[in-house]
Structure formats: structure tokens, C-alpha cells
Design a protein around this ligand. Structure first.
Ligand code: HPA
Length: 242
């Protein structure tokens, strides 16, 4: 069974026929909300809204451990994360869909491992390729068969938020080699790897990152919402195809 973690703009899947909801208790506290089990494209899926169903949990306060543990507990075979991002690379403007292949982590102060405390031995996961190659390939194939254009490969910069970046910060991210910037990609991806859950992401470009084309002065929030709504129609189609 596939798990989908929905971010900003995707707090529910309108094409999901819901079978049941389950509140999962975890050793790490409460997940962002109940797991929603249902069917998408004739296949069972489980959906979780990363920021809560009322979109009240900011990126730095998401209980990433509880979310990933709950999905593992539900015996999912893979996790697809949907998350909105700012576009740094000039061809990644609002509305573009991106399947990233690398991560640079700039977050701080987030609990980023299951392996601490008690008698748990330290565990160093291999994270050379942070996203699962097979899940990525299946997302790309699903997009292709549904006729949806996605960008194959991008470096995702995970920032702390909840504020957006300064123009100078985005310049630094670009010098570091980042193509898109978001606030929720880490530690989520690393925690999934720690539990051996194949994990990949679909990023939806909501805006030009700060100081980039079209955002020379500031980021227009009214526009972000309409861009996301339009893009999520394609994301839902992609997920159904997947
Ligand atoms: N920066 C960080 N996170 C984001 C952005 C951004 O510009 N847009 C959507 N999520």
C-alpha cells in the first residue's frame, strides 16, 4: 500500500474514496492527524496531511517521527511526499512539478533520528541518494503515462522556516547548488530511510524563491494559492496514475 503525505495545498485528496480513518498512537507522540485509508485509482492508499487537517502545524513543529512511524506501523510499502517549494532555478517557475533527487539540509533544532535515548545503539544510515530510486522511477513513469510534465531531478534545500528566505539566503542556496527550496523535506526523508521505508517526493513550485524573477520585491501570497490549486489538480492525476 502506498502512503501519501500531503503538504500545503494538498490537505485532502478529493479523488480518494475514503474507507476509514485511524488515529495511531506512537512512541514519539501524536502524528499530524488521523491516517486516512481509502482507494485511489482502484488501489489502497493511506493519506496523511503533514500540517494537520486544518493546516495548523508549522514546518518546524511537525512531528516527523510520529508521522513516519505511524505509516510504518500501517505497513505501507512506499511513501510519496507532496510538498510545495520555491523555485530557485530559472526554469522552475510557479506551477512546475519537480521530482527531486538530492537534498541539502539547512534545518536546525528538529529531532532527526529514531536512534537516540534508552538503549538504542547509534545508527548511521546511508543517505548518498536520499530518495528511493524505484519510487522516483515509478513517479516519473506515472507522470509520463498521464501526460503530466515533471522535471526529473533537482537539489532540494530544506530550510527551517516558517519565514521565507532573504534574497541573500537564496543566493547562497543557489551557490550551494540548490534548485528548489522548501521547509519540510527534512528530517522526513532521513527518518523514512531509518525505518527502511522507500520514500520519494513530488515538489510543486508555488513561487519564485525570494529575489528571483517575479519576486524581486516580495512574494505575492494571493497568487501562491491559485498556483497551488491549479497544480494540485495535476498532482492528484499523477497520484491516481501512480
Ligand atoms: N521557501 C521555502 N519554502 C517554500 C517556499 C519558499 O519560497 N515556497 C513554498 N515553500
Amino acid at each position: 500500500m502506498l502512503a501519501i503525505i500531503g503538504g500545503s495545498g494538498l490537505t485532502q485528496l478529493s479523488n480518494l474514496s475514503i474507507v476509514r480513518r485511524e488515529v495511531v498512537r506512537t512512541p514519539y507522540g501524536e502524528p499530524s492527524g488521523a491516517l486516512t485509508f481509502g482507494e485511489l485509482g482502484g488501489h489502497p492508499v493511506v493519506f496523511l496531511a503533514r500540517h494537520g487537517y486544518g493546516h495548523t502545524i508549522p514546518p518546524h513543529l511537525v512531528n516527523y517521527r510520529a508521522n513516519i512511524w505511524a505509516l510504518k506501523h500501517a505497513k505501507v510499502s512506499a511513501v510519496v511526499s507532496v510538498a510545495s517549494v520555491g523555485g530557485i532555478r530559472s526554469d522552475l517557475g510557479p506551477g512546475e512539478l519537480v521530482v527531486p533527487n538530492q537534498i541539502i539540509d539547512y534545518t536546525w533544532g528538529r529531532v532527526a533520528t529514531f536512534f537516540e535515548g534508552g538503549d538504542k545503539p547509534v545508527h548511521h544510515i546511508d543517505f548518498t541518494r536520499p530518495y528511493d530510486d524505484q519510487v522516483r522511477a515509478r513517479i516519473l513513469a506515472a507522470a509520463s503515462s498521464a501526460g503530466i510534465v515533471v522535471h526529473d531531478g533537482a537539489v532540494y534545500a530544506a530550510t527551517q522556516g516558517p519565514r521565507l528566505e532573504t534574497a541573500a539566503e537564496v543566493n547562497r542556496l543557489e551557490r550551494d547548488g540548490a534548485d528548489v527550496v522548501g521547509m519540510t523535506g527534512m528530517p522526513e526523508a532521513a527518518l523514512a530511510r531509518e525505518l527502511d521505508l522507500p520514500y520519494a517526493a513530488v515538489n510543486v513550485v508555488a513561487n519564485h524563491a525570494a529575489g528571483r524573477a517575479g519576486s524581486e520585491t516580495s512574494i505575492a501570497f494571493a497568487r501562491i494559492e491559485s498556483v497551488l490549486q491549479d497544480a494540485m489538480v495535476r498532482v492528484r492525476k499523477l497520484l491516481e496514475s501512480l
